[in-house]
Design a protein around this ligand. Structure first.
Ligand SMILES: NC(=O)C1=CN([C@@H]2O[C@H](COP(=O)(O)OP(=O)(O)OC[C@H]3O[C@@H](n4cnc5c(N)ncnc54)[C@H](OP(=O)(O)O)[C@@H]3O)[C@@H](O)[C@H]2O)C=CC1
Ligand SMILES: CC(C)(CO)C(=O)C(=O)O
Length: 312
């Protein structure tokens, strides 16, 4: 991988717009693929209203055709996972031979899907701990947090330690004032994130509520904890082991969080498709493979399917 890296952002929304804009602000060359607000962003650029300080980029490299973007060293995938069916068309010519596709989405088994398109050696994953929303054309509202946990990918999610290319990308992101943690085991990090996303993304939609209300009620706090424990038992099918202390910490951290609507709740309110398969369906497939019972997750999966079917 070269010393000076060129980035592409596939999906200039809440997280792609935010991280991409920070990278460009730090002096890195970034190319943004846009969708409905392409004309607007081409003319006016991006506005980032952020808890870390507001800033504007009056000019960005905006595209509505992936074929016009030059081949890049790092391609950030920041579409909703419900749009991942687009990736076989978007990725092959965009990533350089020695480049990587960095999958920044929520969910499980996203990297193997991308690896089938670009090869196992050109994939990396990242877990975003950020509260952000795209509120208008070219306008991102970043509310809180922002750290990315980066992990390299190898076939079947073999843990690959801290690689040189991870360090190189982390350096770019840190220079752009994005906080980074390096994970030596991407699959373990994905399961740990699901310990949070499965209860809170699911319950906030099904119960039309926010994290603080879930945590303040005896019954829903218990339900969240039991959902977390189901996630932990499914992870063991992948030989990834998560301690009870980790579950406890997640609960305590969530209690301390400002009241929040997770990304799936924002999607539901905006009548956008819900990321059910990536966050619930794929973990449930692993449960099935390992003959693990996860009745609460399964029920939320079924309820979400119902809500998603009638909401857009
Ligand atoms: N938002 C958050 O705080 C967090 C999000 N995540 C995860 O990050 C991922 C991205 O989520 P988020 O940023 O919120 O999603 P957004 O919906 O804000 O962003 C996705 C972007 O993809 C664009 N897009 C859709 N179709 C196309 C297309 N055909 N070509 C080009 N661009 C397209 C959309 O454009 P348009 O709107 O014009 O269609 C939109 O701007 C998800 O997996 C989510 O779970 C993880 C942690 C926190
Ligand atoms: C954990 C959280 C809230 C952001 O870090 C998230 O993943 C989401 O909103 O889906």
């Amino acid at each position: 991988m070269k010393n000076v890296r060129k980035y592409a952002v596939i999906g200039t929304g809440a997280i792609g717009g935010f991280y991409g804009a920070k990278l460009q602000r730090s002096g890195i060359e970034v190319h943004f693929l846009l969708h409905r607000d392409y004309e607007y962003v081409k003319q006016h650029g991006l506005v980032i209203e952020s808890a870390d300080g507001n800033f504007t980029l009056p000019q960005v490299n905006a595209y509505n055709d992936v074929n016009k973007i030059p081949a890049c060293d790092v391609v950030l995938v920041t579409l909703k996972t419900t749009d991942n069916f687009l990736l076989p068309k978007l990725l092959p010519n965009l990533v350089k031979d020695d480049g990587v596709v960095l999958v920044l989405q929520n969910g499980l088994n996203l990297e193997p899907y991308v690896a089938d398109i670009v090869g196992d050696h050109r994939v990396m994953g990242g877990l975003c701990f950020i509260c952000s929303n795209k509120i208008d054309n070219g306008h991102i509202h970043h509310l809180d947090y922002g750290q990315i946990t980066l992990g390299d990918y190898a076939k079947n999610y073999r843990a690959c330690g801290i690689t040189e290319r991870m360090k190189a990308i982390a350096e770019d992101l840190e220079k752009a004032e994005i906080s980074i943690q390096l994970s030596s085991d991407l699959l373990l990090s994905r399961w740990k994130k699901l310990v949070w996303n499965i209860p809170f993304n699911g319950l906030s939609v099904v119960l039309r509520t926010t994290t603080d209300e879930i945590m303040s009620n005896f019954y829903t706090r218990n339900l969240a904890e039991n959902l977390m424990r189901e996630v932990v038992s499914i992870a063991s099918v992948n030989q990834r082991y998560i301690s009870s202390e980790f579950v406890e910490k997640m609960l305590i951290d969530t209690e301390k969080m400002k009241p929040y609507s997770p990304s799936m709740k924002l999607d539901y309110e905006a009548k956008r498709p819900l990321e059910i398969e990536a966050i619930f369906g794929n973990p449930l497939k692993v449960a099935q493979q390992g003959s693990i019972k996860a009745p609460r997750i399964e029920m939320i999966y079924q309820q979400l399917q119902f809500l998603d079917h009638f909401s857009h």
